[in-house]
Design a protein around this ligand. Structure first.
Ligand code: ATP
Ligand code: MG
Length: 454
């Protein structure tokens, strides 16, 4: 089995001073699944005051002192969060304990944790402390609350969102983790409690959910729960498109797009969200034409408006909100292997966003369930074309043009203000069209013509 070495000295120091201390939570869960643990959490019987003494020679920050969390930098300067064993008092608002108190008993600390798979502690010799049989649940792939589900979701309803997130994220391609039936029934029963949880906490879990290997199945199974916080998703479910291009209802189509989309670690979160929401505007815009076929003209614009609202309600950060909204707005671009067209779009969107729109559109087509071989080839060729144009540094934006605004202002009878920008834009269009070379002299001659003609 892999072991955790990070933070070992800190735990050893606490032990030498006579306190218990353990790795706990996600890192132990991941280790037992045979994975490299990501962020490391440590829990101890020492109070923050006592830790301060033990770590007198190290850099030490009181990051969440009220909850018993401190951050200590080890010898290498790597930060570790260490939290005092604690229990939580009653919850009157479905999200915060009315009080927390520090305790000396590990079991009490593990008991306040959300799921059995997250309630396992491990000492630095590899000894496992697992009073709620979390290791067996990891082995079987089961997500189950510690204690009675109704009570635990009533204390903090975010746990409902976390259960869906773990269902989406845990497991491998072959096998997902399943939510235990009693826990799952309680999630459905208590779903409205999610309305009492802060948008920021929900969005943090939602971001993790969409990136999970089993995100698609989590959305399929739990859309009625997600619909409490994103009610716009509910009409997508079972919405038949009555259109020969589509084999699936709107939700299934969007889920498949989320599953199919090609992403990078940098854009994964917002690309998956954009794919999931790309047709969210369809149910609102649906009508049956004289041809007897379902149409949804204008759905990208409607979708843009709806996504902007969802992102606002979930208090998404500005960048994510803007990008998801933009991708939904433009997901329906009609790509062709046409160099002039692609250059124009490179000018409008820039390379990064244009490639992202291409991948949304590509996933959109895969997710209809009947994409032709030719269409697949076309997307690949356009992707290569974008690469070639960018590589060859062929002119496609104002900053690449061989003249700038100052040059235009120096022409005879030069206009002022916004007219300069308009002239530059026409010059750029002609360069993209190939009717004008991107050379200073030629462009200046043309600029004078354009100025005279105004
Ligand atoms: P990740 O791998 O995403 O970090 P994690 O399980 O470590 O997953 P965190 O949010 O980092 O999740 O929380 C650390 C630990 O704290 C959890 O494993 C769990 O034991 C406990 N925990 C976190 N949030 C809650 C909660 N809302 N209710 C109860 N226990 C929680
Ligand atoms: Mg963690």
């Amino acid at each position: 089995m892999k072991e955790i070495t990070a933070g070992k000295n800190l735990i050893a120091a606490l032990e030498s001073a006579g306190y218990e201390a353990y790795y706990v939570g996600g890192c132990v869960r991941d280790l037992l699944r045979g994975l490299e643990p990501a962020d490391i959490d440590v829990t101890t019987g020492a109070t923050p005051e006592e830790m301060k003494e033990v770590f007198a020679d190290l850099r030490y920050f009181e990051t969440g002192i009220k909850h018993g969390t401190v951050t200590v930098l080890d010898e290498a300067g790597v930060p570790f969060e260490i939290t005092t064993f604690r229990t939580e008092g009653t919850y009157s608002d479905n999200r915060h304990p009315d009080s927390v108190s520090f305790v000396r008993d590990l079991r009490e600390d593990l008991q306040r944790r959300d799921f059995t798979i997250n309630a396992i502690a491990m000492d630095i010799r590899g000894g496992i402390h697992d009073p709620f049989d979390g290791a067996a649940d990891i082995e079987a792939g089961i997500i189950r609350t510690v204690g009675e589900a109704d009570e635990r979701f009533g204390e903090d309803a975010l746990r409902i969102m976390r259960a869906m997130r773990f269902a989406a994220v845990l497991g491998d391609h072959a096998k997902a983790f399943a939510i235990d039936p009693a826990t799952e029934a309680s999630m459905f029963r208590n779903k409205e409690l999610l309305l009492n949880v802060s948008a920021e906490r929900i969005f943090t879990e939602f971001k993790k959910l969409v990136t999970g290997v089993h995100a698609g199945d989590a959305v399929r199974q739990y859309v009625d729960i997600l619909g409490v916080v994103i009610p716009e998703m509910l009409p997508m479910k079972g919405f038949e498109q009555r259109n020969p291009y589509h084999n699936y209802d709107v939700l299934e189509h969007c889920v498949r797009a989320m599953e199919a989309i090609k992403t990078t670690p940098n854009n994964e979160v917002y690309m998956k969200m954009a794919a999931l929401f790309h047709d969210i505007g369809k149910p609102d815009m649906f009508f049956i034409g004289n041809d007897g076929i379902g149409h949804m003209y204008g759905h990208p614009l409607k979708g843009e408006e709806m996504v902007r609202e969802i992102m606002g309600r979930l208090k998404a950060d500005r960048f994510t909100s803007d990008r998801v909204t933009q991708l939904v707005r433009y997901h329906d671009l009609l790509f062709r292997e046409d160099e002039k067209l692609i250059k124009k779009w490179l000018n409008k969107f820039g390379e990064e966003v244009l490639l992202e729109i291409l991948h949304i559109k590509w996933a959109d087509n895969i997710a209809t369930g009947n994409m032709s071989r030719q269409l697949d080839d076309m997307f690949r060729h356009v992707e290569e074309m974008i690469g070639r144009i960018v590589e060859a540094e062929e002119c496609f934006s104002l900053k690449d043009l061989a003249v700038d605004g100052r040059d235009i202002m120096e022409t005879d009878g030069a206009p002022e203000g916004p007219a300069i920008g308009e002239i530059l834009q026409s010059l750029l269009n002609e360069v993209i069209d190939g009717s004008l070379p991107n050379e200073r002299e030629a462009i200046m001659a043309r600029a004078e013509e354009l100025t005279r003609g105004r």
